[in-house]
Design a protein around this ligand. Structure first.
Ligand code: PRP
Length: 215
């Protein structure tokens, strides 16, 4: 392998990180344990063929679109929200969840027509705006970056648009799903130039799930 063909892969930190690394490991691409337990944000695979960088899920598309990373792993939710200009060649079928509208149980039957403007707290302003716009419901988006479920409890918003995986966070905060907007899983994304210039190596990546099964 030519040294200029080393691939840099941006992995979403958090819930997707372990599953992504496990997939690479099943395909024989492993990282030293001491690197994983360190605070390093960039680590190499043992075979030297890959450099993994760990970034916030919402930042993965920027690293890949601008070519700082050749490829990345992040959720479909993030891709819908950021509308990044990247190749999305593969659904990795990891970290399955849905993007849903939720609200307080006791108010869940309340008609949108009875609300002047629906206040929606979310980490997904774009997805929320499109969803309610298509329904003809005027909204005011309240952008938050985490613990979104708190907003309806404290009267900050009428609704939230957020990820639901197990449903535990909603349940334990007295909220319920009112509508599912779409499903999301982890996707492999690839920089458009890398796709052309490092095609052989990118093809290996796209083959990752097959290699993981064969290993
Ligand atoms: C996500 C999401 C929900 C929760 C859903 O938050 O925003 O809060 O997970 O998971 P569940 O259905 O399995 O309970 P995350 O853990 O990423 O933290 P955050 O609130 O800081 O964004």
């Amino acid at each position: 392998m030519r040294s200029d063909e080393k691939l840099t892969i941006a992995l979403a930190k958090g819930r997707m990180q372990d599953e992504s690394l496990a997939l690479f490991a099943r395909a024989g691409i492993t990282v030293a344990a001491e690197d994983l337990s360190s605070r390093k944000l960039r680590v190499s695979s043992r075979d030297g063929g890959y450099s993994f960088v760990f970034v916030k899920p919402g930042d993965v598309p920027a690293y890949v679109e601008y070519g700082a990373a050749d490829a990345g792993v992040t959720g479909r939710d993030v891709l819908l929200e950021t509308r990044a200009d990247v190749h999305v060649p593969l659904d990795l079928r990891l970290a399955r969840c849905r993007i849903a509208v939720a609200g307080r149980r006791e108010l869940s039957g309340k008609d949108y027509n009875l609300m002047a403007t629906v206040r929606v707290a979310t980490k997904y302003p774009g997805i929320a705006t499109t969803y309610f716009h298509e329904k003809g419901v005027p909204i005011e988006v309240i952008p938050l970056s985490g613990s979104v479920e708190l907003a309806p409890l404290l009267g900050l918003s009428d609704r939230i648009v957020d990820l639901v995986e197990t449903g535990t966070t909603l349940r334990e905060n007295g909220l319920e799903v009112l509508d599912t907007i779409t499903e999301s899983t982890a996707r492999l994304i690839v920089n458009r130039a890398s796709f052309q210039l490092k095609n052989a190596r990118i093809s290996e990546l796209i083959d990752l799930p097959t290699r993981a099964l064969d290993a």
